[in-house]
Design a protein around this ligand. Sequence first.
Ligand code: FRU
Length: 904
Amino acid sequence: MRLALIALLLLTLFAGCAGKQEDAYVIGFSQCTGDDEWRRAMLDGMQRELAFHNNTKLIFRDAHANSAVQVKQIEELLRNGIHLLIVSPNESDPLTPVIEKAYKQGVPVVVVDRRTSSPYYTAYVGGDNYQVGKTVGEYAAALLGGNGKMIEITGLPRSSPASDRHRGLVDALATRPSIRRVATLNGQWQKDIAKSELRKVLPRFPDLDLIFAQNEVMAMGAREVCNDIFPDRKIRVIGVDGLPGQFGDIQMVYDGHITATALYPTGGEEAARVAMNILQKQPYQKENLLQTAIIDSSNVRMIKMQTDKMISQQNDIERQQARIDEQLEIYQTQRGLLYVMTGLFIVSIILGSVALYSLIENKKINRELNSKNEEIVVQRNRIQDIAEKAQEATESKFRFFTNISHEFRTPLTLILGPVEELLRQKNESPAVRKNLSLVQKNATRLLWLVNQLMDFRKIESGKIRLQVSGNDMVAFVRELMLPFDQVARKRRIDFRLVTALPALEVWFDRDMMDKVFFNLLSNAFKFTPDWGRIYIHISQAGENVVVSVQDNGSGLSDADMAGAFEMFYQGKNSTKGTGLGLPLSREFVELHQGTIAADGKKGEGAIFTVTLPLGQAHFQPEDLADAATITSAFGRTAVQNEPEPQPAQPLPADLPSVLLIEDNEDLLGFVNALLQDQYQVSTATDGRAGLDQCFETVPDLVVCDVMLPGMDGLEITAALKSDLRTSHIPVILLTAKNTPEQQVEGMQARADMYITKPFSPQFLQESIASLLANRQLLRNTHFGPGVAEAEAGLSRLDKKFVNELRALIIARLDDPALTVESLGKALGLSRVQLFRKTKALLGGGTNELILNLRLEKACTLLRNPDLTMAEIADQTGFTSQSYFSTVFKTHFGVSPKDWRMVRS
Ligand code: FRU
């Protein structure tokens, strides 16, 4: 763009140079009349001369012999800003003021032919009119021989040529009194007027000798009048002007129409020359008088030849001039083109140079950019390294954070478990129980904080996942209120739910909302004095449910309110809070696309309002809870309500065996102590060793940690469940890994139960008892005649095992050598494993099963009267009839014979 402008500027400059050889001049030419040949000759002469000056413009105005018109025309020319005025005034006096004005305002004035009445003009060019009159007078006197009569026809008396010529004539005739001027007529420079004036007086002078007409046309008119009035007489006529050409007065002299004429040059060329000198500041003369001469028969021939020659030369010159003009035009065009071409050439050179310069600069910049790029790449790599290291550091920080949290949870379990156990036993004195409650309360609080920290970590790492389900919000809140009822009663707090809604379905993650409302209620109870008031309001507002917790406690200052949901904000009541609960609640609520707000005044209580959108359209499909997810609501007993005493477990006579796999020695010792009265407890501290022990001893139940050295709990569970020897053993996973995903993993490994740390000892005991009782229930149905109906309760592998075992036994029922060893061999199990598995699944040992099946078959055979006792004993694998009878009677209370009699 900038370059294009430079180019344009250069071109304009060249174009300017091309046209500016001379200054441009505008010359105004005011002609009194332009209707006659003499004036046309004057204009031609002027234009010819100005043609030598290219940039000079001539503006021509013709006043048609009207002085007033001429004044106006001159004023207009002046307004148009002419540089010089050439004027031939129609009359002296009327034109003088405007010419003076032009002169005085600085416009040079060249007066031609006729004069003004003032000296205010720049130059005068014209014939010497006095001399014209005098020469004509002297010539006439000579012509008439000093004696005769003459008439003078003048031009406009108020124009200077008329008066000057008259004066010259009078002076010439003054010394010749015999030549009488009989009349002086005013012809006003015009033929017709001259003719009519002459016609009036001529008849009175039949002896008239001569007429002097002051110009060519009037002379011509005089001749015509003379011819008309005195056709027989040859009155001499003398004119003025000496115009060449076919219709000029030279031709008239030549032809003998008039006697003579006085040369009066138009002064066109001269006027133009003087004007240019003035404009170009060249020297010039103010008065430029042109000479006169008489043309008559004596010289007319030669003069005519000369003027004809002049006219033809003039024509040649004009043709030449036309050619020159043409050439000039071509030259101008070509010169213009040349300038444009030169300009373009220069511009292209400049552009080329600029392009070259840009190319070089670009290369330089590219080189710099490349080196910069390289630097940037190096820096980026460095930053990447740093970022990776930072990422690693963050990861390891998170890992450390997670692990340390896990580490906290195990000792907390070890504190909370025994404390709970001690409180349950009710053996301690009230003072000790009070201390124990304090320990429990603070350990629970610590656990609550650890859980909150872990929740934050999950939110920060983006790993938290919504598991929403449709719930009755009213019922949910009522349930949440239960643990607080006791403390409310104790502290005389008016604690109630205020709602007009019987029920309202709201979609939310139970675990998260449980934490949110538990936190709000805990806060309310913290800050509300005894005898205070805590109301929970539930209402529906459009497409939202609004749940608020309102108390009349110490309330929140404006600053507290503003910072309530900020992480680690510590309000005035900071001794009572950690600043974690509310920010966490906000995160949970916002995950539900809801809002949580605090309101109230310092000293007037607080109100926390949770607003959640109704319906489930605002959740992603993956936010919806799947059936496999198990959410443990356990682990929160922050309120000072004491655990309810549980009924003691009845001790079974044959204690079931439980294997504990746990690497934390303390926890192992604690759980062992917890279970040893009710179960035969064996332990392992390493995953691999635990699994081996399982295969070896086939325990009735396994309690296993998830994070273990050697092999983790999930792998152990999967291995146990996919092995025929152990597939029937119920497995409880006991772990600090408490995310829904981790729990799902546990269930996918086919664990029977997933208990998160810290766990309630009582809950663990109940869970073990419940799983074993379920097994017993199955066994009761399994062992005996109704086996087939109960098989549906077994796992696929165990069902297969039972079927195979039964088929093997039935196929060899008549074989007295059928032993547990041979069956175990056939099934790939050791004697002990076969025994333990059969006992676990079917409630009795393998021998017992073989015997049962032998007796079952014996009953069937006894219904056949054709078979003898010996044959039946033989077909059912008894070595003798008497042994068969003894065993049968022991089992059924009757002998085979009696049984046959009764049943057949
Ligand atoms: C032309 C003319 C001439 C004469 C001159 C005087 O208009 O009449 O014939 O010589 O003017 O100004």
